[in-house]
Design a protein around this ligand. Structure first.
Ligand code: AMP
Ligand code: MG
Length: 271
């Protein structure tokens, strides 16, 4: 399968089978060193575009990162976003819901963290957990999670109608790559904290998680909030692809600095 062309962004309505997507795909790139220059250029552009987004205050960008454990969500945030002014970004990592969160509808906690105009919001996990882990671990009855795909699509539509551009990334790793990353978490002291025994329970349900992801990718791949399936076994390729999509997304927004107040040229700053 390696290096056969594969779509990054399946068309809305097209049926996605994850088995058709190679997590080790690297497009035209052979090795990390070939991609570094492009990644660096994208990071610099992202920094520039973000500044105009922030100053213009007309649009917001919401980046949704979903993946299985060790899929690379944290690494993506660290590597792709490091040229960005922290003042313009809000990162939210969604954990097991609190009692207060569970007493509300599933979108309540998420809606509070959507980015205001001018900002980039990054979701490390998201409302999709409510049709993924919640479904596979049977935390609610099927009728409850089944209704959520429509709720999600409507919610995401509301956001786009309100000036928020959504980009959703599924970081697609292979089972073999997850094994290697878990092993590293067990052997490297600086990574011990990332390991949780529960991660192994989820790994044992790999196929069920893949099926749940496929449904989320198929049922919530809307024209207003498209999914990207990112080949993520190679971290450098994952970073490159995501940085590229973000640059293209922001460039399409035709961002501008706000119009200056009239008469600025006549103002003299007193000594
Ligand atoms: P981590 O991202 O590794 O810090 O782990 C966060 C954990 O919270 C993961 O095991 C997620 O599956 C879990 N989680 C996030 N959102 C939900 C949710 N809505 N319901 C249940 N578990 C969740
Ligand atoms: Mg974890």
């Amino acid at each position: 399968m390696s290096n056969k062309r594969q779509p990054l962004r399946p068309k809305p309505g097209e049926s996605v089978r994850l088995a058709d997507y190679d997590p080790g795909y690297t497009g035209d790139y052979r090795a990390k060193k070939d991609a570094l220059e492009d990644l660096e250029r994208n990071r610099a552009k992202l920094g520039e575009l973000q500044e105009v987004l922030y100053a213009g205050h007309k649009h917001a960008l919401l980046i949704i990162l979903q993946a299985l454990d060790a899929g690379g969500k944290d690494g993506t945030i660290r590597h792709v976003m490091h040229g960005i002014n922290p003042q313009g970004v809000q990162v939210t990592s969604f954990k097991v819901p609190t009692a207060e969160e569970l007493a509300h509808d599933f979108l309540w906690r998420v809606h509070q963290r959507t980015p205001p105009l001018g900002m980039i919001g990054i979701f490390n996990r998201s409302h999709y957990e409510d049709v993924l882990v919640v479904r596979v671990e049977e935390l609610v009855p099927p009728a409850v999670w089944e209704a959520r795909y429509d709720h999600i699509n409507a919610f995401e539509h509301l956001l786009t109608d309100s000036g928020v551009t959504l980009v959703k990334f599924f970081l697609h790793i292979s089972k073999a790559e997850q094994k290697e990353r878990f092993e590293e978490r067990l052997t490297k002291p600086s990574k011990h904290w990332k390991f949780s025994r529960d991660d192994l329970k989820m790994r044992n349900k790999w196929d069920r998680y893949m099926a749940a992801y496929e449904d989320a990718l198929n049922l919530c791949n809307t024209p207003w909030a498209p999914w990207h399936i990112v080949p993520a076994d190679k971290k450098w390729y994952r970073n490159l692809v995501i940085s590229q999509v973000l640059v293209e997304t922001l460039e399409k927004l035709d961002l501008r600095y706000p119009e200056p107040e009239p008469g600025l040229e006549t103002i003299v700053i007193p000594d």
